[in-house]
Ligand binder design. Structure first.
Ligand SMILES: Nc1ncnc2c1ncn2[C@@H]1O[C@H](COP(=O)(O)OP(=O)(O)O)[C@@H](O)[C@H]1O
Ligand SMILES: [Mg+2]
Length: 302
């Protein structure tokens, strides 16, 4: 499968939209990317750091990974990692660019794609613009194994539609009571819409693994008791100065501090994700087109 994707990538590196559509319509390859949405109730809990560093870890494990940055509120990946994304999804819609022209190179072969101004704008698109966008995005299925969507925090309709449409939701919280309360509010909103949504939790900035376990257990107990929703424990990352130092250097800690606790834990998390995805080899959500159909289905729903 990977060789196939590699060949395909080479093939389309230099061709224009018309030809891209041909490749896209070639249904011979049934490859679909796994779509993970990284989210949180409260802001500043580590979503972007975790998205980027897990992406690098997965990439080192031989996976093709792209990060879709849809935190429209803040300059995000740009500032954190000194990467300047010139283009965004908007350029596909309004400036006639194709998907390959709007990707930005990140560290270790990880690619970035900026969401532009977001779902608010997507809702305004006409059918042809939306089709054009989805056709372009669907190409990511064939080129990547993982699409990691880094969202903003909170319960906006914008964020929720990415959460509800994802194959997997990765919910980040710290041990701070405010972060836990906001995480619970997000779980509650999800459970109102889908009791069976698989939410994988990462406890970030824990002082000890025991503290992380305690926080997870508490959250999972109340979710099950009051919302009948079962959480999945993905793991934890300790509070680690290497993360802060790397942010100041505008570098991913995984690369700048390869021996740090945070890097070790990111490796474990990436390995667990791979294991989970291997068990679920059915390509659950069936890729980008299905993702967008689900997303559109959730728009405007309470
Ligand atoms: N494991 C950690 N240890 C220490 N500091 C952390 C850790 N994770 C995140 N941080 C701090 O939190 C800040 C916010 O992280 P960020 O990934 O931008 O959060 P979000 O994307 O959720 O807003 C980082 O700049 C860093 O200073
Ligand atoms: Mg962020």
């Amino acid at each position: 499968m990977r060789d196939q994707a590699e060949r395909l990538r080479e093939k389309i590196e230099n061709i224009k939209m018309k030809q891209l559509e041909l490749v896209n319509n070639d249904e011979q390859s049934q490859k679909h990317a796994k779509i993970l949405t990284v989210t949180s109730g409260k802001g500043g809990v580590g979503k972007t750091n975790i998205s980027v560093n897990i992406a690098i870890a997965l990439s080192q494990m031989g996976q093709k990974v792209i990060i879709l940055d849809v935190d429209f509120g803040l300059a995000n990946i740009d500032v954190l990692f000194g990467i300047f994304t010139k283009n965004s999804l908007v350029d596909i819609i309004h400036n006639d660019k194709n998907i390959l022209e709007v990707l930005t190179d990140g560290p270790n072969g990880v690619k970035f794609l900026s969401g532009g101004s977001g779902v608010e704008d997507l809702i305004k698109l006409d059918r042809f613009q939306l089709e054009r966008l989805i056709k372009n995005l669907a190409l990511l299925d064939k080129l990547y194994d993982f699409i990691i969507i880094d969202t903003g925090a909170g319960l906006s309709e914008n964020v929720m539609s990415f959460v509800m449409a994802a194959d997997d939701v990765i919910l980040i919280t710290t041990p701070e009571p405010t972060a836990i309360t906001d995480a619970y509010a997000l779980i509650k909103t999800v459970s109102n819409r889908d009791k069976h949504k698989d939410i994988k939790v990462i406890i970030n900035r824990a002082e000890t693994s025991k503290e992380a376990d305690d926080v997870y257990n508490k959250l999972s107990m109340v979710s099950e008791k009051f919302l009948s929703l079962k959480l999945t424990k993905l793991g934890f990352i300790l509070n680690d100065d290497s993360v802060v130092k790397a942010v100041k250097l505008q570098e991913p800690f995984f690369l700048s501090y390869p021996k740090s606790e945070a890097t070790k834990q990111i490796k474990t998390l990436a390995e667990r994700l791979m294991q989970v995805e291997e068990i679920m080899e059915d390509n659950r959500g069936k890729g980008v087109k299905a993702f967008f159909n689900r997303m559109i289905g959730y728009w405007g729903k309470e």
